[in-house]
Design a protein around this ligand. Structure first.
Ligand code: ADP
Length: 358
């Protein structure tokens, strides 16, 4: 299935101007006016642009988030009010799934069907799942083993402003996985998508505002990791950072977090192993291994990128996997025959080819 002409037209219209950032409930250009271009990995051509936030823009967004947290315009809402808004975001993602999927395909190269029927519904379901948590986050009363007239209890409270930094391989779904739990907990957000794939996250911002997220609670600043990301990870008003990306940036984050003892959640790169025993069902194993390594053109931190097989089945497994790989059709995500989209960039292609050579 492919997007209709009217969806193409809607997206072309949407992208005719540089995409603005969301700061304190307003859609704004950056203080410097600097613009970054979005490249379509299938063609290598520029198809959109967005504003590159400055340190000043990022600080403004963090201060807006902090103000929104202090005056309790989100964390002070009742759990059911929060839940209703998160559920509404999920519905809006579903209603706008064609547009979001096309943005993911143009910006990140994914086959349209994989985005439309895979990642976009998962993003919506994340908001539904966490909508359920809003009413179920509570502390407990503890029995005390020391004799006397004591009362002891715990409370679960939102931590404050959270910095959410996402990579390019699953932009919308990553934004959902980070925003939905933070909002369910009552936190205020500064969200920074990868400079390589910022468009679907900005569109999600529109949906969140439409769903009723109050101004200043979710701020989205696009731009360079070394400027926007770096400002977030060092800022004293940011209490926690959730980051998915490279191990090198993860290390920088750990150092920066020492400043005000930020809490961190890090999801970094991996080289996940797959082990096949001699009594495995080879048909199932081949399908599983294929999906594990080739999904999203292998650009997944949990891709099964090392394979160990028992000597007894090694040759048959290899033959089956070669056949699996030969059947993959690499091409533009907008070609219905494509089962694997392009790698994200020329630089990444060169890196992968280098590994193959090695
Ligand atoms: P990847 O190899 O997946 O692109 P990166 O770590 O370079 O991994 O990028 C992941 C995210 O981290 C992106 O949003 C990027 O802009 C951001 N980022 C990059 N450098 C920094 C930094 N020094 N501080 C904070 N964020 C950064």
């Amino acid at each position: 299935m492919q997007p209709s002409k009217s969806i193409h037209d809607d997206v072309t219209k949407l992208l005719s101007d540089p995409q603005k950032m969301l700061i304190d409930g307003r859609w704004v250009s950056s203080a410097s006016g600097q613009i970054f271009e979005s490249l379509n990995p299938a063609t290598g051509k520029v198809f959109a642009s967005f504003y590159a936030g400055t340190k000043e823009d990022t600080e403004k967004a963090i201060e807006a988030a902090s103000q929104s947290f202090d005056d309790k315009r989100w964390c002070g809402k009742t759990p059911t009010e929060k839940a209703r808004i998160l559920w509404r975001i999920a519905d809006l993602i579903d209603e706008n799934a064609d547009i979001l999927a096309l943005l993911e395909t143009l910006d990140g190269g994914k086959p349209y069907g994989a985005a439309r029927y895979g990642e976009i519904p998962v993003a919506a379901e994340s908001f539904r799942y966490y909508a359920g948590w809003c009413t179920k986050i509570h502390g407990k009363t503890m029995d005390i083993s020391i004799p006397g007239d004591f009362h002891s209890y715990s409370r679960r409270e939102p931590i404050g402003v959270v910095g959410l930094i996402t990579p390019w391989n699953g932009p919308l779904v990553m934004a959902a996985w980070k925003c939905a739990p933070a909002l369910a907990a009552g936190c205020s957000i500064i969200l920074k998508p990868s400079e390589v794939t910022s468009l679907s996250t900005l569109y999600l911002g529109h949906l969140m505002i439409q769903a009723g997220i109050p101004d200043g609670v979710v701020n989205i600043v696009t731009g360079d990791g070394m400027i926007v990301g770096n400002t977030i990870i060092h800022h004293p008003l940011v209490q926690k950072v959730s980051f998915t990306g490279s191990t090198a940036t993860g290390k920088k984050l750990i150092q920066a977090a020492a400043g005000n003892l930020k809490k961190l959640t890090l999801e970094l790169g991996g080289k996940s192993p797959v082990i096949v025993y001699k009594d495995a069902d080879l048909e199932k194993a081949i399908a599983g291994i294929g999906a594990g390594i080739f999904s999203n053109a292998g650009q997944v931190c949990v891709a099964g990128s090392r394979l160990f097989a028992a000597p007894e089945i090694y040759d048959d497994l290899l033959t089956g996997l070669i056949e699996y790989a030969r059947n993959i059709k690499v091409g533009s995500g907008l070609d219905p025959a494509t089962t694997m989209g392009p790698l994200i960039s020329k630089e990444h292609l060169a890196r992968v080819l280098g590994y193959v050579k090695k």
